[in-house]
Write a protein that binds this ligand. Structure first.
Ligand code: CA
Length: 414
């Protein structure tokens, strides 16, 4: 992976997809209670776990040939488990992350690649309804266009995480799908190198997504998301289509907002017809009026009311399903608009972001005051933003969901 990011606006080392969030910790007792499931490390050795897993794979119809081919790679790697348990974390704001990731060379390279593969992209859009810049922005962010797909042996990584008790069920299902990829002839075990959390290929899909949405677009019989650019691009579009991408609709538009906006409306959970936003005085960033139509849109202020402003549409939910970190999703969606020709965003003058420690303190204070921030983890996730908005309303502050030093001081004084 080019970068390392996790949920809720955090950047961390891998495991970026929603279902691998740190909040989802499966207790061993739960995993062990699932009928016929292989146990995890507290209830047996790795060898016995693996034997049970291989029986389960066979019972699910995976061929002995595929199981035998994978067997030498299904080794336990404590290093992977250590990475998963000790995920180093550091937070970045949207402006920091977008500034780094939506770099000029990625925009130019993305535009160039759209020209190079123009015919392929045209067929893909026809079939899946996903435009080229959207696909290319994920290609850019996930692997720098295939240059950096990770260095870990996927089978070993996933097996290790499946044996470990934290998210045993989830990774065991991924491991079964990894074997299905081998069984189908898409990949051979030796070429299955990816992120430590098991993501594979040029857009870093997990084996289950790969198996479900992968497309053989170059017609060689294999769905090869490591080497085949047509397969990568079509499979990514197929996955986005599967997540609900709406053909012909925008995903994000930069806008200009008036300072007398009812700020409480600026929230992903609030969706209004674009005409309503126009009536509030929201315009395109260059001042042109918005179309007075009924297209549902939410106002996203990733850095609060003094920072950049975007209208986001139903398709933005697809980004949040790809990775439910708001910082990642906003950046990917913004990068796609840049590749599609939009100008660089207006940074505005947002107040300094709270530090990791301050966010954590604020979350604790909010929780103490009865607000639901999700996990007290120091990250500005969607739930924490909602709690911030609620308390801003209570304090009579502009409710733009963005916490400031002023807000923290007020909470401390409660
Ligand atoms: Ca192929």
């Amino acid at each position: 992976m080019v970068f390392e990011i996790g949920r809720g606006g955090i950047v961390r080392s891998g495991g970026k997809r929603q279902r691998f969030g740190t909040a989802v910790l499966l207790a061993c007792a739960v995993a062990a209670s699932v009928a016929h499931a292989a146990p995890c490390r507290t209830s047996g050795s790795y060898a016995s776990w693996l034997a049970a897993f291989e029986r389960e794979a066979a019972a699910q119809g995976i061929s002995q040939r595929a199981i035998a081919a994978a067997a030498p790679s299904l080794t336990y790697d404590q290093k992977i488990v250590n990475i998963d348990r000790g995920q180093r974390v550091f937070s970045q704001t949207f402006l920091e992350f977008a500034g780094r990731m939506a770099a000029a060379y990625r925009i130019q390279r993305g535009q160039q690649l759209i020209k190079t593969h123009a015919a392929t992209f045209a067929h893909i859009e026809q079939q899946f309804g996903v435009p080229a810049p959207v696909i290319v922005s994920f290609w850019a962010l996930e692997s720098d266009f295939g240059a950096n797909m990770g260095k870990y042996h996927s089978l070993s990584a996933i097996a290790s995480l499946a044996y470990d008790c934290r998210r045993s069920d989830r990774f065991r299902a991924q491991l079964l799908d990894a074997l299905r990829l081998i069984d189908r002839g898409d990949l051979v075990p030796d070429e299955m190198i990816g992120s430590w959390a098991g993501e594979l290929g040029q857009t870093q899909m997990m084996p289950s997504e790969y198996n479900r949405y992968g497309v053989d677009f170059d017609g060689d019989g294999k769905r090869d998301l490591i080497h085949s650019v047509p397969d990568v691009l079509a499979s990514t579009a197929s996955y986005l289509h599967g997540l609900g991408w709406k053909r012909g609709e925008p995903w994000l538009t930069e806008v200009r907002v008036p300072m007398n906006l009812p700020w409480g409306q600026a929230d992903l959970s609030t969706s209004l017809p674009r005409a309503k936003w126009a009536s509030y005085g929201v315009t395109f960033v260059n001042g042109r009026p918005l179309p007075a139509d009924n297209l549902p849109a939410s106002l996203l202020l990733p850095m609060g009311r003094f920072g950049p402003a975007f209208l986001v549409y139903a398709n933005f939910q697809v980004y949040l399903q790809w990775n439910n970190s708001l910082v990642y999703s906003s950046t990917a969606a913004y990068l796609a608009t840049r590749i599609a020709g939009a100008p660089a965003l207006v940074r505005g003058t947002p107040p300094p972001a709270l530090s990791f420690t301050e966010v954590k303190e604020m979350q604790a204070l909010l929780t103490h005051a009865g607000y639901d921030v999700g996990t007290i983890d120091g990250f500005m996730g969607l739930k924490t933003r909602e709690a911030v908005k609620a308390v801003q309303i209570k304090f009579g502050l502009p409710a733009d969901s963005y916490p400031t030093a002023e807000l923290l001081a007020k909470l401390r004084g409660q």
